[in-house]
Write a protein that binds this ligand. Structure first.
Ligand SMILES: Nc1ncnc2c1ncn2[C@@H]1O[C@H](COP(=O)(O)OP(=O)(O)O)[C@@H](O)[C@H]1O
Ligand SMILES: [Mg+2]
Length: 334
């Protein structure tokens, strides 16, 4: 399913939470929407998922207007929408299996049908033996897996994720993103991923829109954003990226010491002698520990893993200069 937003507006009193947003979300892809806290992300996703009505503007699913449906049609349409949240929103009084069964009970599936489907879904999310587990006995990552299974129970056409990994540690985040990518392919889902973490965009999304103050300030492929960020908001997000256990298979390492910085080069930056110039100008030393090609947002980036040493101020300035040259600098978690 594809989604089109046409000049959406939503205010709460004097707060213009969504301020004229038009956007196209293609089908069968993972579309990221990134923004700082208070940017309007949750409001936007509530409008897109028909939980709330806009003050003005339109929401279209496959070219059909859906923001003004009658109550009955809205209920039917909402059954085709899956949603997951930062805090999971599971019923603590129900087991994992009963949580997953819930939407199917509402939709009037038969009991035997529900049992089969619950087991299918538990298998899909890697919790095959946790059907009877009380929610309180599950880890954060497992809870999100149950929430994902529940969201998929009635075979939705679209999955909305509002900060789905924000409460999880980096490793668990990675595994949940892998799961969502896997499910997206298997089920031909359209996925909308709301986040304040550029890592999520880097590791899971095909397209991205940057939201600031209720407006889209930048949008395109993830590769474009990484290679040529246009706005200060995007540059700021990129400057805080951390490297999480990068895929090392396509890399060559000539040192066992993990480098602190990961530099990513795209397109035209790759052939300018930025590094040697910085070394000369600021007297910093680049100790290169590995390099190769890595996949970001479905595209290849030249990647160098290195340490940068020297006068701390000079190191800082050098990193700024790298970023000015459109090289994405990621710093390993200390
Ligand atoms: N139900 C609401 N009532 C009043 N103000 C709201 C409501 N929901 C959101 N807001 C305000 O709208 C702005 C955007 O909020 P939100 O969409 O939650 O942003 P984000 O999810 O990006 O952090 C904020 O200023 C927030 O305080
Ligand atoms: Mg939010």
């Amino acid at each position: 399913m594809q989604i089109r937003l046409d000049n959406l507006e939503r205010s709460y009193g004097k707060v213009h939470a969504v301020d004229g947003i038009s956007l196209f979300v293609p089908q069968n892809r993972i579309f990221g929407i990134i923004g700082r806290s208070g940017a309007g992300k949750s409001t936007l996703v509530r409008l897109m998922s028909l939980l709330e009505t806009p003050d003005s503007g339109q929401v279209l699913y496959d070219d059909r207007r859906v923001d003004n449906l009658t109550k009955q049609d809205l209920i039917a349409q909402r059954r085709k929408i899956g949603m997951i949240f930062q805090n999971f929103n599971l019923f603590s009084s129900r087991t994992a299996g009963q949580n997953i069964a819930y939407p199917m009970e509402i939709c009037g599936y038969q009991k035997s049908q529900i049992e089969t489907r619950v087991q299918e879904l538990l298998n899909l999310v890697g919790l095959e033996d946790r059907n009877d587990a009380p929610i309180s006995t599950l880890s954060g990552g497992q809870k999100q897996r149950v929430a994902i299974a529940r969201a998929l129970a009635c075979k939705p056409e679209v999955l909305f994720c509002d900060e789905a990994t924000s409460a999880l540690d980096p490793q668990t985040t990675k595994s949940i993103l892998e799961l969502i990518k896997d499910i997206q392919k298997k089920m031909n889902l359209t996925v909308v991923m709301i986040t304040h973490q550029m890592e999520v965009v880097r590791d899971a999304c095909d397209f991205v829109a940057v939201l600031d103050n209720g407006r889209i300030v930048e949008e395109g492929t993830v590769k474009e954003l990484f290679a040529h960020p246009k706005t200060d908001v995007s540059k700021d997000f990129l400057s805080h990226l951390t490297t999480v256990d990068a895929d090392r298979s396509s890399m060559v390492f000539w040192s066992n010491v993990p480098g602190r910085y990961t530099l990513r080069f795209a397109g035209a930056t790759a052939d300018s002698p930025v590094i040697s110039e910085l070394a000369r100008q600021y007297g910093v030393v680049f100790n290169i520990r590995g390099g190769g090609i890595q996949h970001v947002g479905g595209d290849d980036f030249g990647t160098l893993i290195c340490d940068i040493s020297g006068d701390p101020q000079a190191v800082k300035v050098s990193i700024e200069k790298l970023k000015e040259n459109n090289i994405v600098v990621e710093e390993a978690n200390a």
